[in-house]
Design a protein around this ligand. Structure first.
Ligand SMILES: C[S@@+](CC[C@H](N)C(=O)[O-])C[C@H]1O[C@@H](n2cnc3c(N)ncnc32)[C@H](O)[C@@H]1O
Length: 279
């Protein structure tokens, strides 16, 4: 059953396809990798990989590149991607190496794949947005073979970052003033933002305990890049063009006081990386 949250997410991604990849692909952890590359590396040696809520296919492209020469007969690894948004998948189809992947519009709560079809699954910045988390975990346990690995990047919530806090402080009055019917619905399950909550959902579905890491992703960039990053995770359409332009001007004016000598604005995002094995 499609939820109110899914209706919102579908409409948001229809009007802002590739929003997450644009905001996060330039981000780097302390070891120099993007959060997408970290998940790619967790799938080393895995031949049949699903990207759950794959968005515009950036991670699938990295997985295709890294899996060249792998899989049966060295034809490359088998990849599949699923997302609620047909608009996101249309972008994914155009990426190098992703055209061959099995891309489906669908819901994580009802996966259109066979039992044990995959030996790996990745999910970047999506699991924590999903409702009915137990059902998602049960579906992942079903489509992964025993020993299969799930690696997920999960939003860590406000991480004490100045740029995000500045944006939220300036935007809050506008969110509060929006008509109730237009407000962004509460998304997902908070349990999937902590190790204990993650284990509470995935343990009973048949997964082992999560390996859990919290990582800061550096998103320092030009004023335009930082605005795109902090504003991109929200639907500002409900404010109207005038109010959004005013918000941006105030954000950029305040940000300018924190600029580094080269003009870039410091910005970071905290993410959790969970890796679990299907028993
Ligand atoms: C924040 S975006 C991340 C996209 C992509 N993984 C990335 O990081 O670039 C969240 C994605 O999850 C998808 N999504 C959310 N709930 C879903 C569900 N229940 N089933 C399938 N996809 C879902 C959205 O359509 C959206 O593309």
């Amino acid at each position: 059953m499609t939820t109110e949250q899914e209706v919102f997410l579908r409409a948001f991604h229809a009007s802002h396809p590739a929003v997450t990849a644009r905001a996060m692909s330039r981000g780097r952890a302390a070891d120099g990798r993007s959060s997408y590359a970290i998940l790619r590396d967790r799938m080393a040696g895995r031949d049949r990989v699903l990207d759950l809520a794959c968005g515009d296919g950036l991670l699938l492209e990295l997985l295709a590149e890294a899996g060249e020469g792998q899989g049966s007969g060295g034809r490359g690894r088998e990849l599949a991607g699923l997302d609620l948004s047909a608009e996101e998948l249309a972008l994914a189809r155009r990426r190098p190496g992703v055209g061959r992947a099995d891309l489906r519009v669908g819901r994580a709560q009802q996966l259109p794949f066979q039992d044990g079809q995959f030996d790996g699954c990745v999910s970047h910045m999506a699991l924590m947005l999903m409702s009915d988390a137990e059902q998602v975990a049960a579906e992942l346990a079903r489509v992964l073979e025993p020993g299969g690995v799930l690696a997920a990047v999960l939003g860590g919530g406000p991480g004490g970052d100045e740029a995000y806090e500045r944006f939220l402080r300036l935007a809050r009055p506008l969110f509060d003033a929006a008509p109730a019917a237009k407000r962004i619905p509460l998304l997902g399950d908070r349990r999937l933002r902590s190790r204990e909550g993650f284990d509470e959902v995935f343990g009973p579905a048949g997964f082992g305990l999560a390996e859990w890491e919290t990582v800061a992703i550096d998103l320092t960039g030009s004023p335009e890049q930082v605005w795109e990053t902090v504003s991109g995770i929200y639907d500002l359409g409900l404010f109207g063009a005038g109010a959004t332009a005013e918000l941006r001007a105030r954000f950029e004016a305040e940000s300018a006081t924190t600029a580094l000598p080269d003009g870039r604005i410091p910005c970071a995002m905290r993410v959790h990386i969970a890796t679990v094995r299907r028993g």
